[in-house]
Design a protein around this ligand. Structure first.
Ligand SMILES: [Zn+2]
Length: 547
């Protein structure tokens, strides 16, 4: 009886008030439990009111309703990247030069040349990663001479992932680097066959991040501007949400620009952010201080605090052989987080050592069940069925990135064809029942373009075109899209609110430039949004909707 009353009340409310927006005549991929497709969708109060065929949904429109004719276009739930260093990428988006998607060196260098004209005279021109040599027809790195030719009057800095940088003489001069002793230890100045300096600098991740720290930071106004622009750029690519795992070069003050954009109500991407610490050895104290007034989940639908990671303790970050003391320390922090209901995400590279981490999770789990907390492991491209089963038993999820798109050829050399065939084993994870989210790990080590990642999920090809992954670990288009939407929503505990297009969920969606389900696989990477909505509001419109 109670149920009947509720249904009647709902219907009366629906009649009493028209939809704000209806989308008609489309192919709406709902990503619900059956992956059903609908023609039309109605939105009210920023949420999905109903889905159905065009005639049904048209009835929910009144004189004030905005009617969007999809003309047969495909609509997907807004994409969510479950591991994107978006807050960091955003800070410098309006002051950095971006090489993502450039197909040749002249095209990439052209972007430097253009920036030299559009930015202030003498401004630093910084490419902070997100590219790979194999994306260029020439299949090589740029030379110092080419950078000087593109921007003779600017200091230029170009970073390749976390292992190599090339700078122009003006940049060396500005940073006062004249010899190797001026570099962070133990960076190397590269020399050519004749012993002449090439302008290249190589070193570990620590060398490269400390070098990056020497570069001038964008002003606060530039950071705010960059944040707004970066979110729009993500909207252009159908993204409406990110789970941000902090990352290198980020301190608490680096969040101020994001907070300003949020305070001003200008967020166009939903952000769930996690915290790391700055001082190795005193992580617990630092986390305690940082979260004294920051309970798990604090924030709203546009921005909320999502716990700790992707580095929890420095001693367990990229360390395949942690000592018992390292694990005890990690356990202390992890247990503290679990007791406070916090989510935790941990960066881990290799399956051979992930048992060290899982044993700590299992130890915590004996005292505080962690399954409701949605903990996760990021990366782990060679995850074994055994590790995935342990993760499943704990309720620990897995965020998967397209690292093999840039890194696949190196991985093949190092791990062999059999390992490359199954990297990453998402089908095994699905079968075992591990929660899987998709993403990129942009923007230093990867491009943030989700369609590049989706195409790679489907064809297993590196940027250079080598097909590595076998059919056993290749997801269907439905599954790949599910990983990138509902799958990713799980990692910020938002799967009941967004990630699929179902009544009552937030109206986050994108109308695509072509049909994701039927375009040839090699064109998936070229898809874009022509209309993106977040909470029923249009945040990006182009082509037929851009006028
Ligand atoms: Zn990571």
């Amino acid at each position: 009886m109670k149920y009947l009353v509720a249904v009647i009340t709902l219907c009366v409310a629906a009649w009493a008030q028209d939809s704000e927006t209806v989308l008609l005549n489309g192919k709406i991929l709902t990503v619900d439990g059956r992956f059903s497709t609908r023609q039309a969708l109605a939105i009210r109060d920023g949420k999905i009111l109903a889905l159905g065929d065009t005639a049904e949904i048209r009835k929910l429109a009144g004189p004030q309703t905005r009617v969007i004719d999809l003309e047969g276009r495909t609509v997907i739930p807004g994409l969510i990247d479950s591991h994107l260093h978006a807050i960091r990428a955003a800070l410098s988006f309006s002051t950095e030069v971006n090489w993502i998607g450039a197909r040749s060196l002249p095209e990439a260098l052209g972007r430097i040349r253009e920036a030299a004209h559009t930015m202030k005279p003498g401004a630093w021109l910084i490419v902070a990663g997100g590219w790979n040599v194999q994306q260029f027809q020439e299949n090589r790195r740029p030379t110092q001479a080419e950078l000087v030719a593109a921007a003779p009057n600017n200091p230029v800095y170009v970073q390749l992932a976390y292992g190599w940088v090339v700078m122009t003489p003006a940049a060396f001069q500005a940073l006062h680097i004249t010899s190797e002793s001026d570099l962070p230890p133990v960076g190397r100045l590269e020399r050519d066959a004749e012993g002449k300096l090439t302008g290249g600098i190589s070193g570990s991740q620590r060398v490269i991040t400390s070098l990056f720290d020497k570069l001038p930071k964008p002003s606060f106004a530039d950071q705010v501007d960059g944040t707004r622009k970066f979110f729009r750029e993500l909207n252009r690519l159908a993204l409406t949400g990110v789970v941000d795992p902090q990352g290198n070069n980020m301190t608490p003050s680096d969040y101020a620009a994001l907070f300003q954009v949020w305070r001003e109500g200008q967020m166009t991407v939903r952000v769930a952010y996690s915290l790391g610490t700055q001082t190795p050895g005193s992580e617990l104290e630092e986390f305690q201080n940082l979260t004294r007034l920051l309970p798990m989940g604090f924030g709203d639908d546009m921005l909320h605090f999502n716990g700790i990671g992707e580095s929890v303790t420095a001693a367990m970050y990229n360390n395949d052989k942690p000592t018992q003391a390292d694990k005890d320390k990690y356990y202390e922090v992890a247990k503290w987080a679990a007791e406070r209901g916090m989510t935790l995400t941990q960066h881990w590279g290799r399956d051979a050592s992930v048992g060290e981490l899982l044993s700590v999770f299992e130890r915590v789990n004996k005292e505080v069940p962690i399954a409701p907390l949605h903990w996760s492991i990021a990366h782990l491209n060679d995850a074994s069925p055994e590790s995935l089963r342990r993760m499943k038993a704990l309720g620990v999820g897995w965020t998967v990135q397209d690292a093999m798109y840039f890194g696949g050829d190196a991985f093949l050399q190092q791990a062999g064809a059999a390992a490359a065939r199954r990297a990453p084993p998402v089908e095994t994870a699905k079968e075992i029942g591990v929660a899987v989210g998709a993403g990129t790990d942009a923007h230093r080590v990867a491009s943030y373009n989700p369609f590049t990642a989706l195409q790679w999920f489907l064809d297993g090809k590196t940027v250079g075109g080598t097909a590595l992954r076998g059919p056993e670990e290749t997801p269907s288009r439905e599954d790949a899209l599910r990983f990138y939407t509902l799958g990713s929503a799980w990692f910020s505990r938002d799967e009941a609110k967004r990630g699929s297009l179902e009544p009552g969920k937030l109206a986050d969606l994108a109308v695509l430039s072509a049909d994701y389900m039927t375009v040839p696989v090699e064109q998936v990477g070229r898809l874009e949004s022509v209309l993106t909505m977040v909470g029923g509001k249009i945040v990006y419109a182009a082509g037929p909707y851009g006028k």
